[in-house]
Design a protein around this ligand. Structure first.
Ligand SMILES: NC(=O)c1ccc[n+]([C@@H]2O[C@H](COP(=O)([O-])OP(=O)(O)OC[C@H]3O[C@@H](n4cnc5c(N)ncnc54)[C@H](O)[C@@H]3O)[C@@H](O)[C@H]2O)c1
Length: 276
């Protein structure tokens, strides 16, 4: 038996983190598009990793449970990397809330019940959630602690209160941060840690869909006018994951780390500030 890593989302960010942290482990990668999971399994197996792929849908509790059951066939789950998601240009409001918000909540809850003592997890939210004004303390608490099955029934997530797909994505990513805080308390009872990374623009197929989508100019302007002056790479996100998931991050849990080239700073106090 080996220690097992679950990776959801066979994209560039997920693969970069799995390559950084998963050597010597059994890595079970699930993706809605089986071909994506198979593609990164091949790349990684050709490079000496031990990866199996399966089709899974983050928006389905049953599918999440099947992924966990599959992973447990190989040993105890000691790492979780949740890098599955859909962006505002890729999906309608309902799908964004079901995958990015509800699915992430269920995954963190269910893996948190079985994570090995001393295990670690990361989930990927987004800088996008940092641009939305603060919610009330009551709304934050509802996002953090409402049972996963009730989340999508919250009034603040009903269609009349969600303006567009960007707003849905921001709410989902804000919810991810709050869930990680609440889950860290539960994971801590097993001696395990869970954190969140909020990336800015990272060049991946998802970001390329955004560059070519209706907000393409907005995104290109964002990285041109952020302090770093360029988009980031998945390997830079893996640098943060390595800190959070290694022993060096032993005192870090329930946290969100923003890695956005300073785009959020520029949005509030620099050239990216929206004109009134
Ligand atoms: N790339 C960026 O600029 C950026 C910025 C901020 C946040 N993020 C977040 O990072 C995460 C990873 O994105 P990425 O940039 O690596 O994108 P990517 O497109 O390379 O990978 C995302 C993967 O998730 C899979 N997926 C989509 N819906 C799914 C579902 N219901 N169940 C299982 N798998 C599903 C896709 O098939 C794809 O393989 C996402 O949560 C995204 O919101 C990305």
């Amino acid at each position: 038996m080996k220690d097992v890593m679950i990776l959801t989302g066979a994209g560039q960010i997920g693969m970069a983190i799995a390559r950084r942290m998963g050597y010597g482990m059994k890595i079970v990668v699930g993706d809605k598009k089986l071909e994506n999971a198979q593609a990164i399994a091949k790349i990684m197996n050709d490079a000496g990793f031990d990866v199996v792929s399966m089709e899974m849908d983050l928006s389905s509790r049953a599918s999440i449970m099947s992924l966990i059951a599959e992973a447990q066939k190989y040993g105890e789950i000691s790492m979780l990397v949740n890098a599955a998601g859909v962006s505002p240009s890729q999906a309608p409001i309902e799908a964004i809330l079901k995958v990015d918000l509800y699915g992430t909540a269920v995954l963190l809850e269910e893996v948190g019940k079985v994570i090995k003592k001393g295990g670690v997890g990361v989930t990927i939210s987004s800088q996008s959630g940092w641009r939305m004004p603060a919610l009330t303390a009551e709304e934050d608490e509802l996002l953090a602690t409402t049972s996963a099955e009730e989340l999508l029934r919250l009034p603040m997530l009903q269609p009349e209160n969600i303006r567009d797909t960007l707003h849905a994505y921001q709410m989902a990513k804000r919810c991810n941060e709050k869930r990680v805080m609440a889950e860290a308390v539960k994971w801590g009872k097993r001696g395990a840690r869970i954190n969140d990374i909020a990336p800015g623009i990272i060049v991946t197929p998802l970001a390329i869909d955004e560059f070519n989508g209706p907000r393409g100019d907005f995104y290109k302007n964002m990285f041109a006018n952020c302090p770093a002056g360029c988009p980031g790479t998945a390997d830079e996100v893996a640098n943060v994951a390595e800190l959070l998931m290694s022993g060096k991050g032993a005192f870090i849990t329930g946290s969100t780390v923003l890695i956005d080239g300073g785009a959020t700073a520029s949005y509030f106090y620099g050239p990216l500030k929206p004109q009134k």
